[in-house]
Ligand binder design. Structure first.
Ligand SMILES: [Zn+2]
Length: 176
């Protein structure tokens, strides 16, 4: 397994629409393992392929608490096929928008179809944190970020902050 660098705002790749996975093979499973290692290291509870610059429709999620053993879940070609009218609000963050958190309202429950790491079709009904994480991560596959669900004023402010930070970092980078 290998750690992969996580891309952050304002990297334009975060706005790409990821392509469906054709078939599940060892190379894909290796990528999923790298994603899990990268997510655990960050640490985070969900990671989409595009966040390590792989524009394919794969997600890893791990909702195990610190004192519990890791319990990674794998979602290949995930699709939200139903969402509840009932909505809930969670404070969200994103490994690609480090140290920024905001409340986001989304459907409280969803049903998702996906393919597992064995290549078998699966369906899951999710509520609570898993429902939020799945929606947040599936959004990534369509180039959507959680800040797209907050007010334009707040979104513009956070984007500006990250653009400035990226500019500063590039100016400080040593010339090679
Ligand atoms: Zn995210």
């Amino acid at each position: 397994m290998a750690l992969r660098p996580i891309i952050i705002l304002p990297d334009p790749k975060l706005r790409l629409v990821s392509a469906p996975v054709g078939h599940v093979d060892d190379a894909l499973r290796k990528l999923l393992d790298d994603m899990v290692e990268t997510m655990h290291d960050a640490p985070g509870i969900g990671l989409a392929g595009i966040q390590i610059a792989e524009p394919i429709r794969v997600l890893v999620v791990d909702l195990a608490k610190k004192e519990e053993p890791p319990a990674p879940q794998f979602f290949i070609n995930p699709e939200i096929v139903w969402s509840s009218e009932e909505r809930s609000v969670f404070e969200e963050g994103c490994l690609s928008i480090p140290e920024y958190y905001a409340e986001v309202e989304r459907p409280a429950r969803v049903r998702a179809r996906f393919v597992d790491r064995e290549g078998k079709p699966q369906e899951v009904e999710a509520e609570g944190l898993l429902a939020t994480v799945l929606q947040h991560e599936v959004d990534h596959l369509d180039g959507v970020l959680f800040i797209d669900h907050i007010s334009k004023l707040k979104r513009d402010r956070v984007i500006k902050k990250f653009v400035k930070a990226a500019k500063r970092a590039s100016e400080e980078a040593p010339a090679l």
